[in-house]
Design a protein around this ligand. Structure first.
Ligand code: KG4
Ligand code: ZN
Length: 340
């Protein structure tokens, strides 16, 4: 049984973890999130410099947590893409250095496949087949997975513009909420009336785009609505929590409707919801409700496995090693735009 070191540096989280045979041995995570806060979004150069600073200490902490020395590592897996170019290059360069120094195979892996693999360490093997809804700050994708380690992932649909998390972040900003906006908006919506404002459900009911998402129009709709409210003298203001709940409802409605349609049309009985936005309380509740009604089993990883971390990459690397998948060449380079 091989010990796989996983390294994740695609955005602002620096993650390292060790997984052996589906068991998490140790992990460590550092984030440059607070360094981006005043810019209202992740600044690639700041993220890359932080990875350089954090990565080796992170690997050391993960090894210490596992009670292992680096000589125990049998393979290194690293996010090769997609992600921020300079951030990815840092991780790939470090992973190559570890693989060369330790004389072990290197696996360049897909960040989204990592999100799907993340909770294997908590909840055991993934069902086959499954539909995966990946909703993060950078991605909104519906994927059909037959066997994560062995078969290519079938890409059902993506967003035409903003990712769901990006939409949360931008709407939160428009509503005056702090960065990162997703969790702040989720908290602000607590106890709000989701039916207070009828925000649009973009691209729903479209036979020509059943799995395609679009969130920039929704973001604009919230911004316009807020502006109108601000200038409408004498009109009773709608409380922030109702606006936040109404927006959150629109996003959760679109995401779950399309995900369940994908399950129905492909005869799949398992839905996995992952990525940072999977932390959203309304998305979780609505997905649970609609899955129960449709007889679909829902799997949503624990919150700490939903956002970027090293565990997801180590878990995926471990699946690849166990499936006997060939390792990557040592001239592997980061692929910021890599697509399924
Ligand atoms: O997966 P992730 O950590 O990083 C990317 O790969 O993008 O996702 C981060 C995104 C951010 O846009 C953040 O605002 C959003 O996930 N997010 C949430 C919540 N928690 C994090 N969005 C809505 N509700 C939440 N509770
Ligand atoms: Zn991610």
């Amino acid at each position: 049984m091989a010990v796989v070191l996983g390294i994740e540096t695609s955005c602002d989280e620096t993650g390292a973890a060790l997984v052996r045979d589906g068991v998490l041995l140790g992990e460590a995570l550092s984030s440059s999130m607070d360094r981006h806060a005043r810019y209202g979004g992740v600044v690639p150069e700041i993220a890359a410099r932080a990875h350089v600073e954090f990565l080796v200490p992170c690997v050391d902490r993960a090894l210490a947590a596992a009670g292992l020395g680096s000589s125990a590592v049998d393979a290194v897996a690293v996010t090769a893409g997609p992600g921020l170019a300079t951030a990815l290059h840092t991780g790939v360069a470090a992973a190559k250095a570890y693989a060369l120094a330790l004389d072990v195979p290197l696996y360049g892996v897909h960040h989204l496949a990592g999100h799907i693999a993340a909770d294997v360490v908590d909840a055991g093997p993934l069902p086959n087949p499954l539909v995966a809804l990946i909703v993060s700050g950078g991605h909104t994708s519906l994927l059909l997975v037959r066997d994560l380690a062995r078969d290519p992932i079938i890409h059902l649909g993506d967003t035409l513009d903003d990712a769901a998390g990006e939409c949360f972040d931008k709407v939160a900003r428009a509503l005056g909420l702090p960065y990162p906006g997703g969790p702040a908006l989720d908290r602000a919506a607590h106890g709000g009336d989701a039916g207070a404002v009828a925000f649009p459900r973009p691209l729903t009911g479209r036979a020509d785009a059943p799995y395609t998402f679009s969130f920039s129009g929704l973001k604009t709709a919230v911004a316009r609505w807020s502006e109108r409210q601000a200038s409408a003298a004498g009109v009773a203001a709608v409380p922030l929590r109702d606006v936040a709940a109404s927006f959150q409802e629109a996003v959760a409605d679109v995401l779950t409707a399309k995900a369940l349609r994908a399950c129905a049309e492909h005869g799949v009985g398992d839905l996995l919801v992952v990525g940072g936005v999977a932390a959203n309380s309304r998305l979780r509740a609505l997905a649970a409700q609609r899955c129960a009604a449709a007889g679909v089993r829902l799997r949503v990883p624990a919150l700490r496995r939903c956002t970027d971390n090293g565990v997801m990459i180590a878990a995926l690397g471990d699946l690849l090693v166990r499936a006997g998948v060939p390792s990557s060449p040592m001239d592997l380079s980061a692929c910021p735009e890599v697509f399924l």
